[in-house]
Design a protein around this ligand. Sequence first.
Ligand SMILES: C[S@@+](CC[C@H](N)C(=O)[O-])C[C@H]1O[C@@H](n2cnc3c(N)ncnc32)[C@H](O)[C@@H]1O
Length: 247
Amino acid sequence: VDKPMDATLEKRKTKSFEIFNQIASTYDFLNHLLSFGIDKKWRKKLLLSLPRHKNKLLVLDLATGTGDLAFEISKVASVAQVSATDLSEGMLEEARKKKSKMIETSKDYVRKVGFAIEDGCNLSFKNESFDATTVSFGIRNFPSTSQGLSEIYRVLKPGGRALILEFSLPKNFFFRHLYFLYFRYVLPFVGNLVSKHKDAYKYLNRTVEDYPYGASFEKLMLEAGFKNTSYQALTMGICTLYIGEKI
Ligand SMILES: C[S@@+](CC[C@H](N)C(=O)[O-])C[C@H]1O[C@@H](n2cnc3c(N)ncnc32)[C@H](O)[C@@H]1O
């Protein structure tokens, strides 16, 4: 069972894709600004853990948003196809525009990326369809983490691997409190100002502060059936990369 959440937050999660529809046009700019560009480094880190055992990998990127992770994955030579999915049509629209611009500038590898509307908690794909499934900063927005993890597990082929990036909280006392100052006050202020959305960024810190991370998140992965699970804290623990295999 997921960690109990405040009822307002829980209700917001069932409709979070609608908020993303409203902030899609400023999402990328704010993402890079508010993370000081570190988000790019985190996505690159995930690439290093893609399965190496074979060529022509079929990859599913859930909650792809504006597609940054999917585009990075498509650069990897052994990847044959990336299904980049999200519940927000607005975010996918931004992703499609980016893909066209990248093709214009000869980044032909992005042709491997295809987009589709999919609910991470109720995927339309058949069992055992993918060699790897990825989610970056998305699973926290699903109405049920356990349901999302079970779906990821179901669509993975045996031998396949799930790679999940999600925000977490720093361990170091001083850094943690400095981070809270930024995360609770500066980030919502700048986020709401730039996105012109009255509260899209207001709850961001609470969705992170209330969310399981580290060993608690790994436990949810184990409960969903994953084996050989591990996790790695990145940038003093602001973000964590989780890995799990289906055997
Ligand atoms: C913070 S964004 C992350 C986007 C992208 N992966 C990235 O790294 O920038 C979260 C995304 O989760 C999507 N989302 C929320 N609930 C979802 C669900 N139930 N199924 C699929 N996507 C969902 C939102 O529409 C949004 O695009």
